[in-house]
Design a protein around this ligand. Structure first.
Ligand code: SF4
Ligand code: MG
Length: 311
């Protein structure tokens, strides 16, 4: 709900004014149970910040994260007990695991933390390993004895141990070999179908988002600029930035210097353009309007939202 995150910058600006970096601004996003939402946009657009806020790693500067209708944090900003129901899977599974503990011990730890019970612990641990396609024999191994893909399976199983209401995955495939990427993607899809897992999935690979996600959220300069059903966004993007982003993704051979391909650079979050933040790069911009007025995120037909004066 209205989530923003600003970072104060040290040193002050040119005229000694305090400056701040607006990482994300006024994000309103509802993720319904069992849905899988993909978050896309260029690096630096605020995807990872939003992911960390959703998962409770970073407190928002304003606004709040609600889990099942309840605020995730109390009035002092502390995560409320029993609300650690959002789990996160990062890019690098090795960094996410404790090198000194066996796989089994790490999953058991998560199980006990979440349920407060040690009953049938080994059995529950083995079930989790099987759920992510690992033989329960892996329980006795250490992270360094596993491949990258196996480690990411362990990270996912540990996240599932907490019975999350939402699993946030920030570029979970980026550190893996291409062949392994497909396997982990298939695993997430399978878990989504079999367990009704709710996902917020961040990826710069638009094809994986298309495969896995029911809905897509496009971010630009820290804001949501388009949102809607996956098929709709991919077939008929309504925001010129989405069109540009998809044009490069759909034809990987052509990158820059092609009409409809990525032009210009992502804006500097310390000095965002006036009006529509996309106007310096937009071929459809109306100078008078777009440089001066920021278009709000408006509802279009078919549940689509877009922030463009001409969408
Ligand atoms: Fe382009 Fe104007 Fe739409 Fe922004 S509001 S995306 S500058 S046409
Ligand atoms: Mg990132």
């Amino acid at each position: 709900k209205q989530v923003s995150k600003r970072y104060a910058l040290s040193g002050g600006g040119l005229f000694g004014k305090a400056r701040s970096l607006r990482a994300v601004t006024d994000i309103d996003l509802v993720i319904r149970p069992g849905r899988s939402v993909g978050l896309v946009g260029e690096s630096g657009c605020g995807k990872s910040t939003l992911a960390k806020i959703a998962a409770g790693f970073v407190p928002p500067s304003s606004g709040s994260v609600m889990v099942k209708g309840q605020p995730q944090r109390d009035s002092k900003g502390h995560i409320m007990p029993g609300r650690r129901k959002v789990q996160m899977v990062f890019q690098d599974p090795l960094a996410a695991l404790d090198p000194r503990l066996t796989i089994g011990a790490q999953i058991e730890e998560a199980l006990v933390l979440a349920s407060g019970s040690k009953e049938r612990l080994a059995e529950r641990r083995d079930d989790l390993l099987r759920n992510v396609g690992l033989n329960p024999e892996f329980a006795t191994r250490f992270p360094h004895e596993l491949s990258g893909g196996q480690r990411q399976r362990v990270v996912i199983s540990r996240a599932l141990a907490a019975e999350p209401e939402l699993l946030v995955c920030d570029e979970p495939l980026a550190a893996l070999d291409v062949s392994v990427q497909a396997q982990i993607l298939a695993l997430l899809d399978e878990l989504r179908r079999s367990m009704g897992l709710t996902l917020l999935f961040i990826s710069h690979q638009l094809s994986t988002v298309r495969y896995l996600c029911d809905e897509v959220v496009v971010m630009y300069a820290g804001r949501i600029i388009e949102q809607g059903k996956t098929s709709g966004i991919y077939e008929t993007p309504r925001h010129p930035y989405s069109t540009m982003l998809l044009a490069t993704a759909l034809d990987p051979r052509t990158r820059r210097k092609r009409e409809g391909a990525i032009v210009g650079e992502a804006p500097n979050p310390i000095a965002l353009p006036s009006g529509c933040p996309f106007h310096p790069r937009c071929s459809k911009a109306d100078p008078a309007l777009c440089m001066n007025e920021r278009p709000p995120l408006r509802a279009l037909d078919g549940g689509r939202l877009a922030a463009c004066h001409f969408a």
